[in-house]
Write a protein that binds this ligand. Structure first.
Ligand code: NBP
Length: 480
C-alpha cells in the first residue's frame, strides 16, 4: 500500500542503465525536482545513489516503494529496453497507479506501440505519454531534445518537468507537446530517419573529396571545419571534422582508415522508410541512406563483385571549384532530405489525427539532438511563415538555396558517376528534385501500361472523368 507520508518525489525514473541514470541525474540537478529511482536489479540503483549523493535520490528497491515515494499525480519515466521490457514495466506501474497518474515511456518505442499502449491505459484512467528523447547519453545528462506525445492533461504536469531538463536553443527549451498518443515517438522516428540521410550525405561528400580530389583525411577535416562556419553549420559536420582528424594510437594511421566500412543501425531508419512507404510519401534521400548501410554490410557480395569487376573508372580530373561544388551538392541534397522528412511528419499527422506544428518541431531540434543545426531556424521560419507549405522547397529561402546549388549538384553527380564513386544520397535527392520540377513525368506511360494489362483506367489531361481503352478490342476509349 502506498504510504502517503513517504510521497516526496515529483517524478520517478524506472530503468537505470546509461540513459535512465543520466536522465535521473539531469532531473535531480534542476530546481524543483525531487527524483525517485528504481531498477529491476537493485545493484544499479545502489551504485547510482552511491556515486551521486548530490542528486538526493529517493531510491526504491521494490516497485511498491517506488510508487509510494511519488507525489500525485504520480509521474514515472520508464527508461528500459524497448519492446517486451517496456510492456512489463508499464503493467507493474499501471497495477499500482490511480486515475490521473502519468506513465512516460522515454525509450525508443515504435509509435504504433505507443498508440496501442496509450489507448489501453486511457481506458484504465491512466495517462500514458511516449516521449522521443534525442541526444544519446550525453544529451540525457546535459539536456536532450524532447518530443512528447500523449494527452493535453498529462502535458500540464509533465511539460514543466520536461522543460526543466531539455536542451536550450536560443533561450527556448527544446521541447514541445508534439501531438496526442504516439505523435512524439513518430516525430522522434523521423528525426532519426533524417539523421541517417544527413550522415550519409556527409559521408558521400567525404568520399568525393578523398577519392576524386585525393585529399588526406586531415585535410578533409579542415574542409569540414570550414564548412561548419557557414550554412552547413551543424553538430554532424562538427563531429565529422573531429573523426577525420583523429589518428589511431595503435597504428599511427588516420582513424578513418582502420575502421571497418560496415555501418550498423538500430532500426529507426528502417521504421521511417517503412512508415513513409505505407503513407505513400517519397523519401528516396532517406531510404538510400538506409540502403547504403545495408550495402555496406553485404561483405560477401562486395567481395564477389570486387573479384568480378576487373576494371574501375579512374577519378575524373577536377578543377579549383571542386570543394565548393561538393559543398553546394551536399547542402541541396540535405535540404531535400529534410523536406522529405517533414513531408512524412505532415502525412503522419493527417493519417493519425495529430495537430503537429512543423515549425515547432524544427525549433526543438535546434539543440540537444544529433541533427541540431543552424539551418533548422530556417525551417522553423519557413513553416511559421506558411504552415501549409506544399513542400519545404516552396519556401523562398530553400527554393533559392536549391536553385543556386543546382548546377554544382549536377556537376558533382556527373563527376561521381564518371569516377565510379557511389553517391546514392546525392543522386536520389536530385532525382526527387527533378521529379518534382518536371513538367511531365513518365508516370503517364506507367498509367498506360497499367490500363493495358489490368484495366486500371486513367485520367486525361483534357477532360474530367476516368477512362479505359479497349486494348484487346478495337482500341476505342470508354468512360470507366
Ligand atoms: P537498455 O536499452 O540497455 O535497457 C537496460 C535497462 O532495461 C536496464 O535498466 C534493465 O534492467 C532494464 N530491463 C530490461 Br533489459 N528488461 C527489463 C524488464 N523485463 N523489467 C524491468 N526492467 C528491465 O538501456 P539504455 O541504453 O539506457 O536505453 C534505455 C531506453 O532508451 C531504450 O529504450 C533505448 O532505446 C532508449 N534510448 C537510448 C538512447 C541511447 O543513445 N542509448 C537514446 C535514446 C533513447 P536490469 O538492470 O535489471 O537489467
Amino acid at each position: 500500500m502506498a504510504n502517503l507520508q513517504q510521497a516526496r518525489a515529483n517524478v520517478g525514473v524506472v530503468g537505470l542503465a546509461v540513459m535512465g541514470s543520466n536522465l535521473a541525474r539531469n532531473l535531480a540537478s534542476r530546481e524543483g525536482n525531487t527524483v525517485a529511482i528504481y531498477n529491476r536489479s537493485p545493484e544499479r540503483t545502489r551504485k547510482l545513489v552511491q556515486e551521486h549523493p548530490e542528486a538526493g535520490f529517493i531510491a526504491a528497491e521494490t516497485i511498491d516503494d517506488f510508487v509510494a515515494s511519488l507525489t500525485r499525480p504520480r509521474t514515472a519515466i520508464i527508461m528500459v529496453q524497448a519492446g517486451a521490457a517496456t510492456d512489463a514495466v508499464i503493467e507493474q506501474l499501471a497495477e499500482r497507479f490511480e486515475p490521473g497518474d502519468i506513465i512516460v515511456d522515454g525509450g525508443n518505442a515504435l509509435f504504433t506501440d505507443t498508440i496501442r499502449r496509450e489507448k489501453a491505459l486511457r481506458e484504465r484512467g491512466i495517462n500514458f505519454v511516449g516521449v522521443g528523447i534525442s541526444g544519446g547519453e550525453e544529451g540525457a545528462l546535459r539536456g536532450p531534445s524532447l518530443m512528447p506525445g500523449g494527452s493535453e492533461e498529462a502535458y500540464q504536469t509533465l511539460g514543466p518537468i520536461l522543460a526543466s531538463i531539455a536542451a536550450v536553443a536560443e533561450g527556448e527549451p527544446c521541447v514541445t507537446h508534439v501531438g496526442t498518443d504516439g505523435a512524439g515517438h513518430f516525430v522522434k522516428m523521423i528525426h532519426n530517419g533524417i539523421e541517417y540521410a544527413d550522415m550519409q550525405l556527409i559521408a558521400e561528400a567525404y568520399d568525393l573529396l578523398r577519392k576524386v580530389r585525393g585529399l588526406e583525411p586531415a585535410a578533409i577535416a579542415d574542409v569540414f571545419a570550414e564548412w561548419n562556419t557557414g550554412d552547413l553549420e551543424s553538430y554532424l559536420i562538427e563531429i565529422t571534422a573531429e573523426v577525420l582528424r583523429h589518428t589511431d594510437a595503435k597504428t599511427g594511421k588516420p582513424f578513418i582508415d582502420i575502421v571497418l566500412d560496415q555501418a550498423g543501425s538500430k532500426g529507426t531508419g528502417v521504421w521511417t522508410v517503412q512508415t513513409a512507404l505505407s503513407l505513400g510519401v517519397p523519401v528516396g534521400g532517406i531510404a538510400e541512406a538506409v540502403f547504403a548501410r545495408a550495402v555496406s554490410n553485404r561483405a560477401e557480395q562486395r567481395a564477389v563483385a570486387r573479384q568480378i569487376v576487373k576494371s574501375r573508372p579512374s577519378p575524373v580530373e577536377v578543377g579549383d571549384g571542386f570543394e565548393d561544388d561538393v559543398r553546394a551538392a551536399l547542402y541541396a541534397s540535405k535540404v531535400v532530405a529534410y523536406a522529405q522528412g517533414f513531408d512524412v511528419i505532415a502525412a503522419g499527422a493527417k493519417e493519425y489525427g495529430w495537430n503537429i506544428n512543423l515549425g515547432n518541431i524544427a525549433k526543438i531540434w535546434r539543440g540537444g539532438c544529433i541533427i541540431r543545426a543552424r539551418f533548422l531556424n530556417r525551417i522553423a521560419d519557413a513553416y511559421n511563415t506558411n504552415p501549409n507549405l506544399a513542400t519545404l522547397l516552396e519556401d523562398p529561402y530553400f527554393a533559392k538555396a536549391v536553385t543556386d546549388g543546382e548546377a554544382a549538384w549536377r556537376r558533382i553527380i556527373n563527376v561521381a558517376v564518371n569516377s565510379g564513386v557511389p553517391v546514392p544520397g546525392f543522386s536520389a535527392a536530385l532525382a526527387y528534385y527533378d521529379s518534382l520540377a518536371s513538367e511531365r513525368l513518365p508516370a503517364a506511360l506507367v498509367q498506360g501500361q497499367r490500363d493495358f494489362f489490368g484495366a486500371h483506367t486513367y485520367k486525361r489531361v483534357d477532360a474530367e472523368g476516368t477512362f479505359h481503352t479497349l486494348w484487346s478490342g478495337d482500341r476505342s476509349e470508354i468512360q470507366a
